[in-house]
Design a protein around this ligand. Structure first.
Ligand SMILES: Cc1ncc(COP(=O)(O)O)c(C=O)c1O
Length: 445
């Protein structure tokens, strides 16, 4: 194969059958669409190229800067494409949560601007969010940036409707799979592929996967965040299900160790979510003599996620296991171990406790600066998780009140601390939102 430019190698990725002995579905053929084999490494190569191409060609030779709100694969692909055209690339994001990806982007020559925002994803209705301000500035017709706008740009969807979807049909000899399974980030891949498959066969069922509430799988949204994405249309999906980070890593390990597929966490989430969802239909097909087909996407590769795996499942990297890790606790364990207090009791405890509790606010610095409980200290949830291993800045005997936005994360962390032998840790029920709604006092930094 000979090319004039590496961008010509984007697309035409393999569709590989997963060994039924691995997935255990007897009546369903499960295929992986290997988007990780695109030249820049992910499912985002196609939309990045389709969105950037008109800008790149027009700006070649100028000192323009391509800019995108991305902390991952889109940024990676755009940085390489910009470099290829002698242009600069700037990635704007609320938080770079995976250190290897940040370093890789710097290696690729990207400039990274981290804004102190709330969600990793853009919420245009949240006019206080610095990321939203930045997005508005970029959308200004006088802006000198070349903005690819992945959360709103229809070319993101189009790239998959022109490439990924038709390739799946072609590789299945003109047939449409009975199920299509994809993780939802910007919703570009799932929307584009679903559109094409439905045009061929309206009976295809589309399963969208998001990360479990208050969990984190790099590249995809939680069920709450997904509604903030401009391209997301609930009608695209027959079902939306959530996957935990543990399930994503389990799936990733199966694909790597049993299937020879060097998948990252969202490929693992798609595999695990697909198998979990298809068990029911598989059992129903038993004895009917019918076979069905399902396709899921492997979005990117494993190498960039070693710190992500190390943090959640250190035993997979030859380190001591983290029995107390918050992400390892089941809902039943959390309910059994954690103690929650409502706003009235929490206020009484803060005002009159002997000794008074240390109030730890687990939200982002931006949210904390805007409004917080007087006297509370801000330790962002991810740092707090690190400190659970590395050493907490308070003794076991310090009473602690943990607060997060809605009281979910704080409950998980309260359970973890209780397990570690802290006798008096409580979670603020309903979080800062409930505190605010009850009219309890909050202060600004
Ligand atoms: C690793 C990974 N998986 C899945 C997705 C989801 O793809 P989409 O944005 O097409 O919904 C992304 C998107 O950035 C990603 O980076």
């Amino acid at each position: 194969m000979r090319y004039d430019s590496i961008t010509e190698a984007i697309g035409n990725t393999p569709l590989v059958r997963i060994d039924p002995a691995v997935h255990g579905l007897r009546n369903i053929d499960l295929y992986a669409k290997l988007e990780m084999l695109n030249p820049f490494g992910s499912v985002k190569d196609r939309p990045a190229w389709h969105m950037a191409r008109p800008h790149l060609e027009a700006a070649a030779g100028t000192d323009g800067t391509v800019v995108e709100l991305s902390s991952g694969n889109t940024a990676k692909a755009l940085a390489l494409m910009a470099g290829l055209h002698g242009l600069k690339f700037k990635s704007v994001t609320n938080r770079m949560r995976v250190p290897e990806i940040k370093e890789l982007l710097l290696l690729l020559g990207a400039e990274i601007e981290e804004l102190p925002g709330r969600s990793e994803c853009l919420d245009p209705t949240d006019t206080d969010d610095p990321l939203t301000h930045f997005h508005q500035a970029l959308s200004d017709p006088d802006s000198t940036y070349l903005h690819t706008d992945q959360y709103f740009n229809p070319r993101n969807v189009e790239a998959h409707a022109m490439g990924t979807g038709p390739e799946i049909v072609k590789d299945l000899d003109g047939r449409v799979p009975d199920w299509f399974v994809a993780c939802v980030g910007t919703a570009g891949s799932s929307t584009g592929v679903a559109r094409v498959l439905r045009e061929h066969d309206p009976e295809v069922r589309v399963l969208g996967l998001v990360s479990h509430k208050s969990d984190f799988i790099p590249g995809i949204r939680t069920i709450d965040e997904v509604h903030q994405v401009g391209l997301f249309d609930p009608a695209t999906y027959d079902t939306i299900e959530s996957v935990t980070s543990d399930e994503a890593i389990d799936g990733m390990i199966t694909l790597i160790r049993r299937c020879g597929l060097l998948s990252g966490p969202t490929g693992g989430a798609a595999y695990q979510g697909a198998v979990r969802h298809l068990r029911g239909p598989d059992a129903e097909l038993q004895g009917t003599g019918q076979r069905r087909t399902a396709v899921f996407i492997v979005c990117d590769r494993a190498e960039s996620y070693l710190s992500y795996v190390r943090q959640r499942r250190p035993e997979l990297l030859g380190r001591a296991s983290r029995g107390h890790a918050p992400s390892h606790l089941t809902d039943a364990e959390i309910r059994a171990e954690a103690r929650a207090v409502d706003t009235v009791d929490a206020r009484r405890w803060i005002e009159a406790g002997e000794p008074r509790p240390l109030v730890v606010d687990l939200r982002s610095p931006h949210a904390y600066a805007a409004l917080h409980i007087q006297g509370s200290v801000n330790i962002v949830d991810e740092l707090f998780e690190e400190l659970l291993r590395g050493g907490l800045p308070f003794s076991k005997h310090t009473p602690v009140l943990l607060a997060c936005p809605v009281g979910e994360k704080s409950l998980r962390y309260a359970a973890a601390l209780t397990r570690m032998g802290h006798p008096d840790v409580r979670s603020l029920a309903g979080g800062i939102v409930a505190w605010r709604d009850a009219g309890a006092p909050l202060v600004r930094e």
